[in-house]
Design a protein around this ligand. Structure first.
Ligand code: IPE
Ligand code: IPE
Ligand code: MG
Length: 248
């Protein structure tokens, strides 16, 4: 990215510290090109590579990518297994480059549900990059926000039953600490590509005050320019958190 572009972005205001993206529209992108659905997922990887690079270059600290939802397991088996294979081969192929670029890989979701070889590859990638200090790239895999909240409730009730905590100890902070995202700040900007206006079980608790940006562009077409547009749109907004303008 050119210095000029970076300057242009900075002049609009603060960068989002954490961007989360619902990468939707791969299938429709493929259909519009008369390709099979999997070709859309493959092309989507090129978008991931570019968005990760740009986020690293401009200094975004956390990038969470909704890669596979807990509901996506209900897709036709052939599509699920193609996506899982792509996940495995992409991490294997890209991890060296991510490491070189100081990216720290992490993951949220029910990782145990993943096929063994994808699980192992991801764990190795996480371990290899754990001391990196650049972009924190968080893959949401077999992730569902309701499931995440349910598990948190169960763990808190357990601690109450064991008399480790009282009812009054249960706070918003305690709930946040029981989520997969315990070590990650809430997203500032949530982007959804592919034209749908819904959250599809993604980061329900964490996005209480997140700015939403929905675009009709399908994920394989979402590249540097589209990301910068979304960031500038975010920078033009006023986040009031319940207050009035004059207080900001
Ligand atoms: C998003 O693209 C990728 C995943 C959910 C894995 P889709 O596969 O949902 O694409 P559309 O929505 O059918 O176009
Ligand atoms: C959301 O997309 C999940 C991911 C992008 C991984 P979906 O395509 O699964 O969402 P719905 O089913 O249209 O809500
Ligand atoms: Mg979709």
């Amino acid at each position: 990215m050119s210095k000029k572009l970076r300057k242009q972005i900075e002049k609009h205001g603060d960068l989002p510290n954490h961007i989360a993206i619902i990468m939707d529209g791969n299938g429709r992108w493929a259909k519009s090109h008369r390709f099979k659905r999997i070709a859309g997922h493959k092309e989507g990887i090129n978008s991931v590579r570019e968005i990760v690079r740009v986020c690293g270059e401009i200094g975004v600290k956390h990038l969470t990518l909704y890669t596979f939802s807990s509901e996506n397991w209900t897709r036709p088996e052939s599509e699920v297994s193609s996506i899982m294979n792509l996940l495995f081969s992409t991490i294997k192929k890209e991890i060296e480059n991510l490491h070189k670029n100081n990216v720290r890989l992490s993951a949220i979701g029910e990782l145990d549900d993943l096929p063994n070889k994808s699980y192992k590859e991801i764990m190795e990638g996480i371990n290899k990059t754990k001391d990196n200090t650049g972009l924190n790239l968080i893959l949401a895999l077999s992730y569902g926000s309701r499931q995440e909240l349910l598990m948190a409730v169960r763990r808190i009730v357990d601690r109450f039953k064991e008399k480790e905590i009282n009812i009054k100890d249960i706070s918003e902070n305690m709930i946040s600490k029981e989520l997969y995202t315990s070590k990650i700040p809430d997203p500032d900007l949530l982007i959804r590509t592919g034209g749908e206006n819904r959250i599809s079980n993604f980061l329900l608790w964490q996005s209480a005050y997140t700015e939403f940006y929905m675009t009709d562009i399908h994920w394989p077409d979402f590249r540097e320019k589209e990301l910068l547009d979304s960031i500038i749109d975010y920078q033009m907004r006023q986040r009031r958190f319940g207050k009035i303008s004059e207080q900001i």
